[in-house]
Design a protein around this ligand. Structure first.
Ligand code: DGY
Length: 335
């Protein structure tokens, strides 16, 4: 009987979908991350992996687990995957796009508004017994009406964020992308700008790109210095896209006005990180996709991809489709 490894407790409906293939499912339920060595040895007696959490699907893993029929990530991001190595070892890998776009954009929007109105900090002042008498010039935030929202990476999640900001506050949308988003330009009047213009013109700058060699550390001292002093920086993509020390300095020096993060570097963030105490900063523990509905959809999507992999069929959300061409020509050359 085929065995599938699932690295976290996920929806029972998703597990049932896999079990219904006459398959045994091992769910790793310990409350800690598997080490690379543990993951590799567990995979030895499994034919497919449903990977949840920060497992590194790198050369070391893939070379040791080249027997896997498929790996389904329960995430849209695949920055921990070495695609080149997956192709070399002919392992199809899938992710979970689209189903989390609205939930993830909700968190970007929540952070934008929370930072603008200092919401998290104000909550803490009550807990500290600091809700004193009313002072009209204290606790002032910023309004978002008519401001400019800059989006780095106007893909599925960025587009949802842009739609919400436009509908709620009539914000003007500018964006920087690898390619033009003609739909956003037509539907939202979004304007394509260079990265430098994005830095200089955005009142709120929201990051929605993948973590790659190009985007790692992109928001550093230089970048923050190019931004407006009233700017709010939002990152819900990956923590390594911003330099956390440089962000702290930019906030302390009032180079920029505020920041909202759903992703930090490292994760989890240390509880004594000074960013957590700042008035114009709101931080969440990577909960972009954390709604019951979205996590259910993600788990089911990942499970459906596993089912296809088990049957030797095309995983619908495969991120390295080239692997199938390689597999096909291999089959042909044997026939
Ligand atoms: C994703 O799906 O990539 C989320 O950020 C969770 O990792």
């Amino acid at each position: 009987m085929d065995r599938v490894l699932v690295t976290r407790k996920i929806s029972e409906n998703a597990l049932t979908l896999i079990r219904d293939q006459d398959c045994e499912v091992t769910v790793y339920t310990e409350q800690r991350d598997l080490s690379q060595h543990e993951l590799i040895s567990l995979c030895q007696n499994h034919v497919a992996l449903l990977s949840v959490g920060p497992n590194k699907i790198d050369e070391q893993f893939l070379s040791a687990c080249s027997h896997l029929k498929g790996i389904a990530l329960m995430s849209v991001g695949y920055d921990r995957v070495d695609i080149g190595a997956a192709n070399r070892y002919k392992i199809p890998i899938s992710n979970t796009p689209d189903v989390l776009s609205e939930a993830a954009a909700d968190v970007a929007f929540l952070l934008m508004l929370s930072v603008a109105r200092k919401a998290f900090y104000m909550h803490k002042t009550i807990e500290r017994g600091e809700w004193g008498f009313f002072e009209p010039t204290k606790n002032l935030g910023q309004e978002l009406y008519g401001k400019t929202l800059g989006i780095l990476g106007l893909g599925r999640i960025g587009m949802e964020m842009a739609k919400k900001a436009k509908a709620a506050y009539g914000m003007s949308i500018i964006y920087h992308n690898r390619s033009r988003n003609t739909k956003a330009e037509a539907d939202l009047g979004a304007a394509y700008v260079t990265f430098d213009e994005l830095l200089m013109k955005s009142d709120v700058l929201s990051v929605h790109v993948n973590l790659t060699d190009e985007t790692r550390g992109l928001f550093n001292e230089e970048a923050f210095k190019r931004m407006k002093p009233n700017a709010i920086f939002i990152n819900t993509a990956r923590g390594a896209i911003h330099n956390e020390a440089h962000l702290l300095t930019a906030l302390q020096n009032r180079t920029i006005w505020g920041a909202g993060l759903d992703v930090t570097n490292p994760e989890p963030m240390a509880k004594d990180n000074p960013l957590l105490q700042m008035e114009n900063v709101c931080i969440l523990p990577h909960i972009g996709s954390a709604t019951e509905e979205t996590r259910e959809k993600m788990a089911l999507m990942a499970a459906r991809n596993i089912v296809k992999a088990l049957k030797g069929e095309h995983m619908p959300q495969v991120i390295n489709p080239e692997v199938y061409h390689a597999l096909k020509s291999e089959i042909k050359s044997y026939s």
